[in-house]
Design a protein around this ligand. Structure first.
Ligand SMILES: Nc1ncnc2c1ncn2[C@@H]1O[C@H](COP(=O)(O)OP(=O)(O)OP(=O)(O)O)[C@@H](O)[C@H]1O
Length: 320
C-alpha cells in the first residue's frame, strides 16, 4: 500500500493522517524509531514512522499487505538505509554504528538468503561462527536448537531439501544462535505446523520473560493477541495505533480494531462467477441464463448481494 509522492521530495515524510508530533528518541527503549522514511522510486513505503518498543516486550507489528512492515524492520535492523529518520537500538543509533547494532539483534533471514546447500547443522554452525562464537559452543547450541525445532532428524540433510516450514524453522534458529538481546522475526509462524509453532511460542515467551525483546510481524491477529504484550498497527507507512494489546484492542477484538483503523473491506469481495457450480456457473451455450434466473433448475439464483457485508468506512481521525 504505497502512494505517489509526485508533489514531495523523496526523503521527507509526506504529511499523512497518522503523522505523530515530533518526540525525542527514547534511549531506554529496545528500539526507538523516529521520522523513518523510505521511498522506492516515487513510492513512499515508510512515511515518517515513529515507534518505541520497550525492553522485554513481545511486540507485534501488524498491517495490511504493503503497509511497510518489512521495510521498517529492514531499516531498524541495519539491512536497509533509510532516506530519513533515526533508529536507536538499546540507546545506540543504528546507522552510525551498524555493526554494533547488528550484534544486539537476531534477524531471521528469508529462505532465499541462506546457503541452502549446507545441512541444517552446518548452517547453524556457520551462522554462529560468523558471529565470532567458539565452535564447541556453537555446535552445542546448534543441537539444542535443532531439538527445540524438531529438526534433529534433518540435521544432516541439505536445507535445499527442507520443506517450507522446515526452512522457516532453520532460519529462525540461525537468528537465535548468538543469543541476541533483540529478536526481529518477519512472519515467523508462516508455514510452521501447530506443534512447532507452540514450541517456538514457548521459546520466545521464555526469552522475553528473561529480558529479551521479541519483535514479530504477522497477519495472524489471533496469534498476536494471544502471545504479544504490545502491538502496533501500521498502515501506509505510518503507525496508526500502538501500545499494549489491551490498549490497542480498546475493549474489543484486536481484529475488529485493525479492520476499523485500516478499512479495506468492500462489496467487491464477492465474485459473482465464483459459486462452486451452484449458481451462475458455466451455462449451456445455447441456453444463456438470464440475469437473476437460476442457472440450474430448482437452484436459487445468485443473489447479487455481497458475501461479506461491507463495513462502514471509518476514517482514522474519527477513531483517534
Ligand atoms: N525493494 C523494493 N523495491 C520497490 N518497492 C518495494 C521494495 N520493497 C518494498 N517495496 C514496496 O514498498 C511497499 C511496502 O512494502 P513492505 O514489504 O514493507 O510491506 P509489508 O507491510 O511488509 O507487506 P506484506 O505484509 O505484504 O509483507 C510495498 O508497496 C512494496 O511494493
Amino acid at each position: 500500500m504505497t502512494y505517489d509522492i509526485s508533489a514531495a521530495s523523496v526523503g521527507q515524510p509526506v504529511p499523512g493522517p497518522f503523522m505523530p508530533a515530533p518526540v525525542p528518541p527514547n534511549p531506554a527503549a529496545a528500539v526507538s524509531i523516529r521520522g523513518l522514511v523510505k521511498a522506492f522510486d516515487r513510492k513512499v513505503a515508510v512515511n515518517g514512522l515513529a515507534l518505541d518498543i520497550p525492553v522485554g516486550s513481545f511486540y507485534g507489528l501488524v498491517g495490511p499487505n504493503g503497509a511497510g512492515k518489512t521495510t521498517t524492520l529492514n531499516m531498524a535492523t541495519g539491512l536497509l538505509r533509510p532516506d530519513a529518520g533515526s533508529v536507536m537500538i538499546l540507546g545506540h543509533d543504528v546507522w552510525s554504528d551498524v555493526n554494533r547494532a547488528k550484534r544486539e539483534i537476531g534477524v531471521m533471514p528469508q529462505g532465499e538468503q541462506i546457503f541452502d546447500r549446507l545441512t541444517g547443522l552446518q548452517l547453524l554452525v556457520y551462522a554462529g561462527m560468523l558471529r565470532g562464537m567458539k565452535r564447541d559452543e556453537v555446535v552445542r547450541r546448534a543441537h539444542d536448537l535443532l531439538a527445540a525445532f524438531d529438526l534433529k532428524d534433518a540435521a544432516g540433510k541439505m536445507v535445499v531439501d527442507y520443506s517450507a516450514g522446515m526452512t522457516k524453522k532453520i532460519c529462525l534458529a540461525t537468528a537465535m544462535i548468538h543469543s541476541p538481546r533483540i529478536l526481529v522475526l518477519d512472519e515467523p509462524f508462516e508455514a510452521v505446523d501447530p506443534v512447532s509453532s507452540a514450541n517456538l511460542r514457548d521459546i520466545l515467551v521464555e526469552y522475553a520473560r528473561t529480558g529479551g525483546t521479541v519483535i514479530i510481524s504477522s497477519h495472524v491477529m489471533a496469534l498476536v493477541e494471544k502471545m504479544c504484550t504490545h502491538v502496533a498497527i501500521v498502515n501506509r507507512g505510518q503507525v496508526c495505533a500502538a501500545g499494549t494489546v489491551d490498549e490497542v484492542a480498546a475493549g474489543g477484538e484486536l481484529e475488529d480494531r485493525f479492520m476499523a483503523l485500516v478499512g479495506g473491506r468492500h462489496a467487491a469481495a464477492k465474485l459473482d462467477w465464483l459459486d462452486g457450480g451452484a449458481g451462475s456457473g458455466p451455462a449451456a451455450p445455447d441456453q444463456p441464463t438470464a440475469p437473476g434466473q437460476p442457472a440450474v433448475p430448482g437452484q436459487p439464483a445468485a443473489s447479487g448481494q455481497p458475501a461479506v457485508p461491507s463495513q462502514p468506512a471509518q476514517t482514522p481521525e474519527a477513531l483517534r
